[in-house]
Write a protein that binds this ligand. Sequence first.
Ligand code: ZN
Length: 340
Amino acid sequence: MFGKISSKPADDKRPRPDEADKLANLKVQRDKAAQQRDRAREKIASLQSHLGHLEPVATAGWKKFACYEDYWEDQRLHKAEYEAERAFEAALWARRDSFGTSARCGVCRADAVFEVDSQWADERGPAWREKMQCRTCGLNTRLRAALQFLLNVAPPHTKPKIYATEQVTAFFQQLKQAYPDAMGSEYLSDGTSKGSESAQGIRHEDVTSLTFEDESFDALLTFEVLEHVPDWGAAIREFARVLKPGGLFWASFPFDLAATKMLVRATVSPLGEIIHHQPPEYHGDPINADGCLCYQVFGWDVMDALRGAGLVHLDVYSVWNPSLGLIGRGLHFVAGRKAF
Ligand SMILES: [Zn+2]
């Protein structure tokens, strides 16, 4: 059978006027979409952080755990190794009240002497994590580990934009030396308004409502702050908000790796009263001589909260390396990135 014979001459391939309009329209739409796509790509490229891989490069002694099960598996497999670490520490301590020990400081990048005393010591030994203060840079074990990791992951020559939730500390001084553009702040209660500086040049920020624009930083550092923030959920949402896509979240806080859930020590009632669920525990505070109340000790559920805030590639990093003076239990950090 034959199909319908068109009345249109076979050689006329020109589109009809209405079709020509439609085609022109489509072309305009396609060009517009391409332009939008290019602009979006440019914007993403300008916002994306160019930080290197999170692996702490070749600095031996670092391990990472993605979850509770990972942590326990490691404990089981490396029981003897951990026992040897404790034995090494006991031999170094030898029940002295105070002493100096030398090793290489990863921050000073030189041989250094680390000071240990018996403040916060218990029957198991000195508080290694908070001691081993380098005579040169003044940083303790935890802070040397934190900065050393950062120096590896975000080399200063890449000029990352960094924000730290501290400013009057030895850590911030060292951070500023390595990264002159780094910003820091403290929580002030002297009437300084948020986002501005006190007469002493200290910037006031409330971590639950930061004054920075969205996607401002390549790295956000927060050490031993979250446990003092009753509304810590708001703080982590703010941290994620001000990070650029791909930006580094690098934090430490009391984190019981053996626990799936956080221990709530205190909360704040709707009327603003502090309710203690555990005996109050105060930690040292560079701004407030009375110390700072610890509201919670985190468990692995904090990782879900961080993911919920928009962070990905979350792991706990843990280090023990005596040649770098990084010893003691609990040298744990949380690293993650802002999702793209
Ligand atoms: Zn040092």
